[in-house]
Write a protein that binds this ligand. Structure first.
Ligand SMILES: CC(=O)CC(=O)SCCNC(=O)CCNC(=O)[C@H](O)C(C)(C)COP(=O)(O)OP(=O)(O)OC[C@H]1O[C@@H](n2cnc3c(N)ncnc32)[C@H](O)[C@@H]1OP(=O)(O)O
Ligand SMILES: NC(=O)C1=CN([C@@H]2O[C@H](COP(=O)(O)OP(=O)(O)OC[C@H]3O[C@@H](n4cnc5c(N)ncnc54)[C@H](OP(=O)(O)O)[C@@H]3O)[C@@H](O)[C@H]2O)C=CC1
Length: 274
């Protein structure tokens, strides 16, 4: 998600610092973005000058201190609450007081993340959809303390990145994943209970409901670890058994079969598909 957000921001004219724990990972990320831009250039969607201009806006970096002068930070680390709290605690100390601190979390309530920051009024949810360069939606979520100024700046930024921001309330899973993820979880139960194979479940939803991707393929595309984290946040947050994660989903994550990003999930992927 970080790569997609960086690519979209840079191609919209913003200077982007791509921060990872590991500099090599950030450098590799820029090479992946170049691969995407080259594909767009080959299709005639952008010209060579635009490709180079976008690449020139991206700078790889390691360590949160690099975010010190940023006007906006968009956090896209893995979906683990303790990690997000630690990142926002540190970012709040490192970043300029005027900076807005946004999280791309797909399910963790923003009020809980913002509580880690002393200046909680500048923390907000900016939830992009995957693949970021293609999907028009950004869910915008205000925590209890989020200021109107921070919300206004993030709505404007989403629009400047060519997206349509939709504001939703701060509850576990927000709106998008409260609707999408139980469907994916149910699709996995359908496989678990032997009702249909992964390919058959996907065909049912693509041919029968005109979904562009079947739910099992989509789960592999999102990442099964992220799907499980979202279901756990819904389950714990609402205390409702209807959100219980499917045991098969838990097994796949325990096995390290996380989907497209690890080369194996419900399906197996070649290196070039990852
Ligand atoms: C978990 C969360 O918190 C929230 C979420 O994000 S949930 C996930 C939301 N996303 C979805 O539901 C995606 C559902 N799938 C789709 O919409 C489509 O299958 C898809 C857009 C991913 C691919 O579309 P497709 O028609 O099957 O394939 P394809 O023809 O290869 O791609 C269509 C376009 O998207 C582009 N594209 C596909 N994958 C891309 C990627 N990873 N990055 C950038 N561009 C991509 C292609 O280049 C192509 O562009 P052009 O039309 O300009 O040529
Ligand atoms: N996957 C999806 O479809 C969507 C995901 N999201 C949300 O976006 C966020 C990221 O998701 P996704 O890209 O799938 O997650 P991944 O776990 O696939 O990627 C997260 C990236 O963050 C890096 N990272 C790990 N720890 C740190 C750290 N301490 N500081 C900086 N970077 C770190 C990881 O590096 P390494 O690989 O080396 O660990 C990895 O490159 C999550 O909150 C997720 O819920 C939102 C919308 C859609």
């Amino acid at each position: 998600m970080g790569l997609g957000i960086a690519q979209t921001a840079a191609s919209s004219g913003y200077a982007v610092i791509m921060i990872d724990v590991d500099l090599e990972a950030a450098v590799k990320g820029i090479a992946k973005i170049d691969g995407q831009l080259s594909r767009l250039a080959a299709k005639g969607r952008i010209n060579e000058e635009q490709r180079l201009e976008t690449l020139g806006k991206l700078r790889p970096a390691a360590g949160l201190k690099e975010a010190g002068d940023a006007a906006v930070v968009i956090e896209a680390a893995p979906e683990h609450k303790a990690l997000k709290l630690q990142l926002f605690r540190e970012l709040d100390q490192i970043c300029d007081r005027k900076a807005v601190l946004a999280s791309n979390t797909s399910s963790i309530p923003i009020t809980e993340i913002a509580a880690a920051a002393k200046h909680d009024d500048r923390v907000i949810g900016m939830h992009f959809m995957n693949p970021v360069p293609v999907m028009p939606l950004v869910e915008v979520i205000r925590g209890l303390a989020t200021s109107d100024e921070a919300a206004g700046r993030i709505m404007s930024l989403a629009q400047a990145m060519g997206k349509t921001p939709v504001e939703v309330r701060d509850v576990p899973g927000f709106a998008a994943n409260r609707i999408l993820m139980p469907m994916i979880n149910e699709a996995i139960y359908t496989v678990y209970e032997g009702v249909a194979s992964p390919a058959a479940v996907d065909q049912v939803m693509m041919l029968g409901m005109r979904h562009p991707m079947g739910p099992i393929t989509l789960a592999d595309f999102i990442g099964l670890d992220t799907c499980l984290s979202i279901m756990e946040t819904l389950h714990q947050g609402f205390g409702d058994p209807k959100y219980r994660p499917c045991p098969l989903l838990r097994s796949y994550v325990a096995a390290g079969w996380l989907g497209r990003k690890t080369g194996r999930g419900f399906y197996v992927y070649e290196e070039q598909e990852r």
